[in-house]
Design a protein around this ligand. Structure first.
Ligand SMILES: NC(=O)c1ccc[n+]([C@@H]2O[C@H](COP(=O)([O-])OP(=O)(O)OC[C@H]3O[C@@H](n4cnc5c(N)ncnc54)[C@H](OP(=O)(O)O)[C@@H]3O)[C@@H](O)[C@H]2O)c1
Length: 298
């Protein structure tokens, strides 16, 4: 197949280009700058210059493609996330950008959209398992993610196939993990929320293979990640990879400062990705968080 990617130069895009090529597909990647275009081309993909809000560029780039994967994001990393307005760009990409992508796909006659989404939107379920039927908790921070999923549902309702992949926290060689890893190495706190609560993580390499499997998945919403891990284990695994005995948790005033932006990162979510495996045969190459997920950061 020929697949059009937004966010092609980001962590999800790079993983997807590699996995799509390995599976024998070809890729056209959206790039906003010549530097990003060069990065995409260095991975063997074709580039298409444009912004996610430029329907003309998107439609032209998508012509002749069989599927679109919308992986563009603008997630703030580190303390920048606490600044006022820090989520404005990523919220707009999710709310407005996903609509432009869907409209362009219709105009270019592309039958399938794969939308990157987040399992963070589920309500806190304590120790209970979370599957695709579990309730979500819509706040100011999670609403744009839900809007993007709704756009994809609308694409399915109008005759296409829409697949939303609810990824866990990307953990490995990515900018957010690198920021946390540096803090952990310095003995600074990195954990958010209750130590016994559950989190859903995904290795960057498993994002790309999930996008490949989503090319043939029935339309719908799927969780994608490794085995859930308790926050105490996540924090200690990262700290130990960074050369420390144990990791530390942030004080509660940080959570109050971050309000809804951080609340979404503290929910207990013991998420199962079984449905996606059952429907597509996808299995994570990295099924359990271990210190070697952080090897590239050492
Ligand atoms: N599930 C998760 O845990 C999750 C999900 C998303 C992000 N994150 C984290 O967020 C951090 C930042 O992500 P990142 O390193 O991938 O970098 P990033 O700087 O957020 O960029 C991501 C991609 O989106 C594209 N993009 C951004 N704004 C765009 C726009 N207006 N129009 C078209 N494309 C646009 C970028 O293209 P250009 O290069 O052309 O600007 C790039 O390809 C990482 O640590 C990542 O793990 C985590």
């Amino acid at each position: 197949m020929k697949v059009f990617l937004t966010g092609a130069s980001g962590v999800m895009g790079r993983s997807s280009i590699e996995a799509l090529h390995q599976a024998g597909h070809s890729v056209v990647g959206l790039a906003r700058t010549p530097t990003s275009a060069a990065r995409i081309e260095a991975l063997g993909a074709q580039s298409c210059l444009g912004d996610i809000y430029d329907i003309g560029a998107l439609t032209a780039g998508m012509r002749g493609c069989d599927a679109v994967a919308n992986l563009a994001t603008k997630v703030p990393v580190g303390t920048a996330a606490l600044m006022p307005g820090s989520l404005r760009a990523v919220d707009r990409i999710r709310e407005r950008g996903s609509k432009v992508v869907a409209d362009a796909a219709r105009q270019a006659d592309v039958g399938r959209i794969i939308q990157q989404s987040l399992s963070f939107i589920y309500a806190d379920q304590d120790d209970d398992w979370v599957d695709e039927h579990s309730p979500i908790d819509v706040t100011k921070a999670s609403e744009p993610v839900v809007v993007a999923e709704d756009t994809v549902l609308g694409f399915t309702a109008s005759g296409g196939t829409g697949v939303s992949l609810r990824f866990g926290l990307i953990t490995g060689d990515d900018r957010n993990s690198a920021w946390l890893f540096k803090r952990a190495a310095a003995g600074k706190p990195i954990g958010l929320g209750a130590e016994s609560s559950w989190m859903h993580v995904v290795h960057p390499d498993d994002i790309g293979s999930a996008v490949v499997h989503a090319l043939t998945a029935p339309g719908g919403v799927y969780n994608v990640g490794a085995e859930p891990v308790q926050r105490r284990d996540y924090v200690d695994t990262m700290a130990q990879a960074a050369g420390r005995k144990n990791g530390r948790f942030m004080p509660s005033w940080v959570l109050r400062l971050g309000s809804e932006k951080l609340e979404i990162l503290t929910r207990s979510q013991r998420v199962s990705s079984q449905l996606f495996s059952d429907r597509t045969g996808w299995h994570p190459q990295y099924p359990k968080l271990t210190p070697d997920w952080f090897d590239a950061l050492i």
